[in-house]
Each structure stands twice: as structure tokens, then as C-alpha cells.
Design a protein. Sequence first.
Length: 202
Amino acid sequence: MYYTLLWAESCVGGANCPCYRSKFRDTCERIGVYSPTKGTVCLGGKNAHRTMQDCLEGGRILELTGKVALITGGGTGLGREVALQLAAEGMKIAVGYSRSLAEAEATVAEIVTQGGSAKAFQADLHHVAEGERIVHECVSHFGQLDLLIHNAGTTHFIPFPDLEAVTEAVWDDIFAVNTRNAFFLARAAAPHLKATQGQIIT
């Protein structure tokens, strides 16, 4: 019976287990939280049978303190909120931005004021080389990379029925940032993430 942050109630195992019905099933089986042959399995929350500290000591919950996250679009909106939360959890934050320099610097300043570590990195993610550069600069500054969050995105506000307004240039502009560079960022980050057993969120 192990504590996990994945669920907030106990699980009865078998086909009724939330892990069985979710994308986390393989992970839960691997770490011993879920098994089709088990009876009641504790999955955290108010029904936890073990403390979080027990599982942290056993390496069953990711310890974020001292780890490094690169967040594209990290100076504004959702990216900023994620940056602040991860910094509060002890991560060092690379705040990626394209044009929002003031907002990125404000996010960094807030993290530093609260005792965290952060730095802003500029990159225009329309270009593959820029994505590769921001990963390199992040690792050069912090020494490692444990988490890549590709949060940056762009759009063009076009009336839904106006298909003619979606030109090839508009399509390419959106696709370059939102889709193409999601892959090339991941490719650039992969060797560093393999070294730290890190993760990617897009």
C-alpha cells in the first residue's frame, strides 16, 4: 500500500481500480500500487495508509527540489502560473519567452523574491534553431534539465466561417510554433532529459 498523488480515494483493485481504467495503469503496476490480484490498495488522499514521507524516502513520488524546468511561454498566463507553482515546489525555472520580456522578467523577479531560482530566456519558436538554442542556454546556466513544458503558442483571430482568411502563411505561422517546434524542442531536450530521467509536457 503506497501513497500517491494520482488519486484522492482508495481503490479496490481489479477492473474497478481507477488505475486499471486510466493511462497510469502501467506505471501503477510497475511501482506496485496497482495489481489485478490485490484487494484494497491505498491511492492517497484522506484514505492514505502510508505517509507521503514514507513514499518519498522510497522514491515513489517525484521530488522536485533542485530540479530544473524549462517552460516556454513561461512569462504570461498559464505558463506563468505553472512557473510560480513549480518554483514554490523547489524547482529552478527557466522562463522562456518570445516578445514578453517585461512579463518574463517580472515572473523571474517574483520567483527570486520568494527565495527561488529563475532566469528568463528569449527565443522565437517559429525557428527550430531558436528552440535548440534555448534548451542549450538553459542547460548551460542551470547545469541540467529535468522537465520541459512546451506551453508557448500563437494564433490568428479569424472568424470561424472565413476559411479564405486561413492562408498558407497563417497556417505555417501557427503550425511552426504550436506543433512543429513542440517536436524539435523535445528532440533538443531529449539527451538532457534522459540523463536526469526527466519528463516532457506539451
